[in-house]
Design a protein around this ligand. Structure first.
Ligand SMILES: *[C@@H]1O[C@H](CO)[C@@H](O)[C@H](O)[C@H]1NC(C)=O
Ligand SMILES: *[C@@H]1O[C@H](CO)[C@@H](O)[C@H](O)[C@H]1NC(C)=O
Ligand SMILES: *[C@@H]1O[C@H](CO)[C@@H](O)[C@H](O)[C@H]1NC(C)=O
Ligand SMILES: *[C@@H]1O[C@H](CO)[C@@H](O)[C@H](O)[C@H]1NC(C)=O
Ligand SMILES: *[C@@H]1O[C@H](CO)[C@@H](O)[C@H](O)[C@H]1NC(C)=O
Ligand SMILES: *[C@@H]1O[C@H](CO)[C@@H](O)[C@H](O)[C@H]1NC(C)=O
Ligand SMILES: *[C@@H]1O[C@H](CO)[C@@H](O)[C@H](O)[C@H]1NC(C)=O
Ligand SMILES: *[C@@H]1O[C@H](CO)[C@@H](O)[C@H](O)[C@H]1NC(C)=O
Length: 413
């Protein structure tokens, strides 16, 4: 009896300690609940933009417009404040491939130029509070389908842009700007022409149990990008893309209090911070991440063009299998130059297992501002390579990694 209550007490204490160490999001976040429907729509088989937008605009606050059967085709949509979109299991919402529908006014969408800012997103929220996207259905950006009036796809346009060192004007799949308490739950996002899910200057952003799938060859198809966003939880997601699986950035405002918990990546560039770190990225926890077959694993990148302070970053309980660079912390990434010094401090990597040899890169900008990294319980594969300069690394690694990462990660493909 006494023993039992002692062990119960110990369990509770451990739980409290672990819990305390874990969440960096200052909110208390639990699994989201899908809101009730204000209306259920069936697809017409034709363009349903007007019907969906009308339903969203007249939905009661706190409820969701349910897409309940069929394949819906639509142009750009706006989710109003307090209202959600629910794409039910077996239903697909497909984005129109007509660049004209996304054009911001200059006839740039679907073309290449220096800025790449010519298109509206497919789904946007702006100044919304308590909105979301729910359901076990799919939102398909159709990046690999030919654009209307063109013989090439959005992804082909992106590759053409690289050749001439310019940018593609492609729509993002979901763009959330200057909003609060936004939830994305269970949905599958696929084949975005550009980034899949961006939250810009948003406070309170929960992404839970979603799937993101795009081919590795599709350029710039980032999975989830919190940009100048605070109080973020990204949990239980499976992600495979052609760019950063998660990309934490701070271009116009600081990004802080980010919890990335129990996710799987199986293709893409990895778990990234940067390269835009101008306004600082801090208080980030990445815990319970399994990575299989990505370009990089844990990746922090910046340069003097987009540099800032990146600090209080903890990675724990990570398993990486088959990554070109399992850990890359680089403050001279792409050799862009400006006046913003990147400074990477207080970065802890704890309980990391890496299967397969790769190159570990720790590149600080200068001896006077070295990268500060602490390694605890790091197990890697024999035969790995290292490139280290201007770095202050506490702790060490053991070349004794064995076994597997539990997650094979090809189920969703
Ligand atoms: C983050 O969440 C905490 C707790 O709910 C809240 O006090 C704080 O204002 C939030 N921060 C921002 C920037 O919204
Ligand atoms: C698209 O059409 C242009 C000329 O109209 C041609 O030069 C180009 O090769 C075509 N591209 C593809 C992928 O068919
Ligand atoms: C969201 O904010 C970004 C950055 O300020 C801006 O470029 C973009 O046009 C905004 N998008 C929408 C849909 O408001
Ligand atoms: C992610 O993959 C794992 C392993 O197959 C599976 O158990 C889990 O349900 C998947 N989650 C999502 C959101 O797809
Ligand atoms: C780092 O985290 C500690 C503990 O949470 C906090 O006291 C400190 O202010 C943080 N430092 C920065 C630069 O955010
Ligand atoms: C480093 O970051 C960890 C985790 O955020 C924090 O607990 C610790 O206080 C920080 N240390 C310093 C010296 O800021
Ligand atoms: C390590 O790399 C070498 C080639 O550089 C390769 O032959 C070998 O199979 C790799 N070992 C593992 C365990 O991946
Ligand atoms: C990675 O995925 C491949 C299949 O894509 C699978 O064969 C392999 O076992 C996985 N590796 C680990 C360590 O889970």
């Amino acid at each position: 009896m006494q023993l039992q209550s002692l062990s119960f007490l110990a369990t509770v204490t451990v739980f409290i300690l672990v819990h305390h160490v874990t969440a960096r999001d200052l909110r208390h976040v639990t699994e989201p609940k899908t809101p009730q429907a204000c209306v259920s729509l069936k697809s017409s088989g034709k363009d349903d933009t007007v019907a969906i937008q009308k339903a969203l605009d007249s939905c009661t606050h706190g409820k969701a417009v349910a897409l309940s059967s069929g394949i819906f085709y639509s142009g750009p949509l706006t989710i109003p404040s307090g209202v959600s979109l629910l794409v039910e299991q077996g239903v697909t919402l497909k984005a129109s491939t007509d660049p004209k529908l996304y054009d911001l006014g200059g006839n740039k969408c679907g073309t290449i130029d220096e800025l790449g800012l010519g298109c509206k997103p497919f789904i946007k929220m702006h100044g919304a509070k308590g909105s979301g996207i729910y359901g076990k259905g799919t939102i398909d950006g159709r990046g690999g389908t030919k654009m209307v009036g063109s013989n090439i796809t959005w992804w082909h346009l992106a590759r053409n842009a690289v050749v001439v060192r310019q940018l593609q004007n492609n729509p993002r799949l979901i763009q959330i700007n200057n909003s609060m308490d936004i939830t994305i739950y269970q949905i599958t996002l696929t084949n975005s022409p550009f980034y899949h899910l961006v939250a810009h200057e948003t406070n309170g952003f929960t992404v839970w149990g979603i799937k993101i799938i795009a081919p590795f060859s599709a350029l710039n198809t980032d999975g989830i990008d919190p940009v100048g966003t605070q109080n973020v939880t990204i949990a239980h997601c499976n992600i495979s893309t052609g760019d950063d699986d998660i990309g934490i950035k701070a271009l116009t405002a600081p990004t802080r209090h980010v919890s990335v918990l129990n996710n799987h990546f199986y293709g893409g560039v990895g778990m990234s911070i940067g390269s835009e770190t101008n306004h600082g990225v801090r208080d980030v926890l990445v815990s319970g991440l399994t990575i299989n077959s990505t370009h990089n694993g844990l990746f922090i990148k910046s340069n003097t063009l987009r540099g800032g302070l990146v600090t209080n970053i903890t990675y724990e309980n990570i398993c990486v299998h088959n990554a070109g660079s399992p850990v890359q912390i680089d403050s001279n990434y792409y050799h862009y130059h400006g006046n913003n010094t990147p400074s990477f401090r207080n970065i802890t990597i704890r309980n990391l297992k890496v299967l397969g040899n790769g190159t570990y890169i720790f590149h600080g900008l200068s001896a006077s501002d070295p990268i500060q990294v602490t390694l605890e319980d790091v197990h890697i594969t024999k035969g790995s390579k290292f490139s280290i300069r201007n770095s202050n690394i506490k702790g060490t690694w053991n070349e004794d990694a064995r076994g597997s990462c539990a997650f094979a990660g090809n189920e969703a493909v």
